[in-house]
Design a protein around this ligand. Structure first.
Ligand SMILES: [Zn+2]
Length: 298
């Protein structure tokens, strides 16, 4: 049932109570995200939690394409995170990054989660390969990543949903419970299961494997565990996509950047790949019949 060195998403269900659950444990993919930028601990924690959260959420919706979760500072938030973006795709790939501002020296070394995120908004975007998008937005008001996601479900889906998230230097993990739509509403079963889940400690969340965790929390309940889905870090950026974006901003704008800079350098924030277009490369983008010309872009 998956080993501890690899990244898996596990689904389980309490069939008699109409409640589904998921557990995700990210090690290699979380290490890959952390290796691209230096993140101080107060920023790494919500980034890892968000990566676990987007993995959990992407498994709850049937979709082709990607699910992106963003936390965007509202400008006067006072939070340290300026922008945090994580993405999961239907093929089990993950990526993520955060931009941030550290407080002036002398401020608290371990700020509380509310002051890390500040006043921000959580934006969830599901995007299909043909470009159709569905977007939901909720304010983040000092409740941390898990609280913000629960808030999102309260507001938009009306399916009672709870999440427990954690991240340290090694792993990012998350536990998810949701009442299934339909069936007889039985608040008592839901309340009992969430109270049991509530007893999990951060230490247990980050160290137990899925069987240990289910036994620790729900050993008196009947729970069915499904085959796990593997997850891995992968960035979807490519030179072709950057070329398409340059074509999208237009020949005039590109010419202006080339005039000022000599060449166009685009760095991917997710994987640090660098794409350079000199004047000749850029001119080729706008040649009639070029593979990157707008009428050829799918
Ligand atoms: Zn990339």
């Amino acid at each position: 049932m998956g080993d501890k060195d690899n990244d898996y998403l596990y689904r389980f269900v309490f069939e008699e109570f109409g409640v589904r659950g998921e557990f995700v444990r990210l090690a290699a993919s979380w290490q890959a995200v952390r290796s691209k930028h230096v993140y101080p601990a107060p920023i790494a924690a919500p980034l890892g939690e968000s990566l676990a959260a987007v993995s959990l959420l992407s498994a709850t919706i049937k979709f082709k394409g990607s699910l992106v979760m963003q936390i965007q500072a509202d400008g006067q938030s006072g939070g340290m995170v300026r922008s945090l973006v994580v993405q999961a795709t239907d093929s089990g790939t993950l990526r993520g990054m955060a931009s941030f501002e550290m407080p002036a020296e002398g401020d608290s070394e371990s700020p509380d989660p509310a002051s890390v995120l500040g006043h921000a908004r959580l934006v969830l975007t599901a995007e299909s390969p043909d470009g159709r998008r569905y977007q939901g937005i909720v304010p983040v008001e000092g409740e941390g990543v898990a609280g913000a996601v629960e808030h999102y479900f309260r507001q938009s889906e009306q399916l009672p949903t709870r999440l427990w998230l954690g991240a340290d230097d090694q792993v990012a993990c998350g536990l998810f419970l949701q009442r299934l739509p339909g069936g007889e509403p039985d608040a008592e079963d839901w309340n009992r299961l969430t109270l049991l889940a509530e007893t999990i400690t951060q230490d247990e969340l980050l160290s137990l494997d899925v069987e240990e965790l289910l036994h620790r929390l729900f050993h008196e309940e009947s729970v069915r565990l499904y085959e796990p889905q593997p997850l891995a870090f992968r960035c979807g950026c490519s030179r072709e996509r950057v070329a398409q974006a340059l074509v999208g901003i237009g020949e005039g704008e590109v010419a202006q950047i080339l005039d000022e800079m000599g060449a166009i350098e685009v760095n991917c924030e997710f994987c640090n790949a660098s794409y350079r277009f000199d004047a000749v490369d850029a001119a080729a983008l706008f040649l009639p019949g070029s593979g990157d010309a707008p009428d050829r872009v799918q």
